[in-house]
Design a protein around this ligand. Structure first.
Ligand code: HPA
Ligand code: ZN
Length: 335
């Protein structure tokens, strides 16, 4: 093992962009399919993995929605979430902020309460067993209507204390943030923080809409902001955090060669960038593999790695006291 790999693996870190449904490994997919008597169009774990070749976001999303069809009961959501926490505990992740897509389940007849109660119970157990702190972010599927997003927001209100914020994911092109301006305004009045996927495939104008219309507190992806110099300045000035997902960018073909991944350039520009896994079961790695991919391909130094990890803690939705405690652990480690 290289010295850098060892350094990354042992480093305390946060993850701020991970869709819990995207952590469904093929082994658990088969187990849940059998438990729930659901047919999946694959015979073996290897056949599932072999199907994971994507040429863009939509290609991936089609397989991602099909994969989550095995999730039915509260226990399924618990098992999914606890498996992710077990994995990241081995990777020395000490804080995670998890997305979930309730509409991917309620549209199949699964109750909102099964989804949230299963995830929430696993997060509590993860805190007790592994000491991992967490927050939950509910995403609206942007290919669906504003009205359906409003319905989802209503369903979330009884669970307000379990959900820190709302987000926006799924097919970006053709579904600009402006479509959800009123939903996000309502969510903000209910006390939710806001994030949105923008500039993953969509143009810089979508990032501006996310800032101006959705009033986001953090930007998911944001890669295409680099095409607009004024927008870069604005993101730097406001120290808006970007949740970058290196292996996702590569697998969805936004970045053709990891040696050209923009995260180093972003760091050098003064953008507050963080490293995350997005959909680890689909994109070939959890958070450590993402750090390692950029470290290796971009010749990052240990100071770069520490700066990325520090951004992760600073950009989290924790209290200042919690952030300071986590940063102190990182500084201890870096010295
Ligand atoms: N982009 C948009 N929607 C998603 C993603 C993503 O990377 N992962 C899961 N849903
Ligand atoms: Zn994502």
């Amino acid at each position: 093992m290289s010295d850098m790999q060892d350094f990354i693996e042992k480093m305390p870190k946060a993850e701020l962009h991970m869709h819990i449904e995207g952590s469904l490994e093929p082994e658990l997919m088969f187990e849940l399919a059998a438990r729930n008597k659901i047919d999946i169009p694959f015979k073996t774990v290897q056949a599932v993995r072999d199907a994971y070749h994507f040429s863009n976001l939509q290609d991936f999303l089609d397989i991602y929605y099909q994969g989550m069809s095995v999730l039915i009961t509260e226990q399924d959501f618990y098992d999914l979430t606890f498996a992710y926490l077990t994995k990241i505990h081995q990777q020395n992740v000490i804080h995670t902020e998890i997305f979930f897509d309730p509409q991917g389940h309620t549209d199949r007849g699964v109750s909102f309460s099964s989804v949230i109660n299963g995830i929430d119970r696993a997060l509590s157990d993860g805190e007790k067993k592994y000491g991992i702190s967490s927050r939950l972010i509910m995403c609206f599927l942007r290919h669906l209507s504003e009205e359906e997003a409003f319905t989802t927001l209503e369903q979330a209100l009884p669970y307000r204390d379990k959900i820190i914020g709302v987000g926006l994911d799924s097919s970006e092109l053709g579904h600009p943030p402006s479509k959800f301006e009123r939903v996000f305004a309502k969510a903000k009045t209910e006390g939710f923080l806001a994030v949105a996927h923008a500039g993953e495939e969509g143009p810089p104008g979508y990032v501006k809409e996310a800032l101006d219309l959705l009033k986001i507190d953090r930007l998911d992806h944001g890669n295409r902001s680099l095409e607009d110099a004024e927008l870069i300045d604005r993101l730097v000035d406001m120290q808006m955090a970007l949740t970058i997902c290196p292996l996702s960018n590569f697998k969805l073909a936004g970045v053709k060669d990891m040696r050209n991944h923009p995260i180093k350039k972003m760091l050098d520009l003064g953008l507050k960038v963080t490293v995350n896994s997005d959909d680890p079961a689909y994109f070939g790695g959890y958070v450590n593999e993402n750090y390692l991919a950029v470290a290796d391909n971009l010749d990052l130094t240990k100071d770069d790695i520490l700066a990325l990890a520090r951004n992760g803690f600073e950009a989290s939705f924790c209290t200042n006291t919690q952030k300071q405690a986590m940063i102190a652990r990182l500084e201890d480690y870096g010295h």
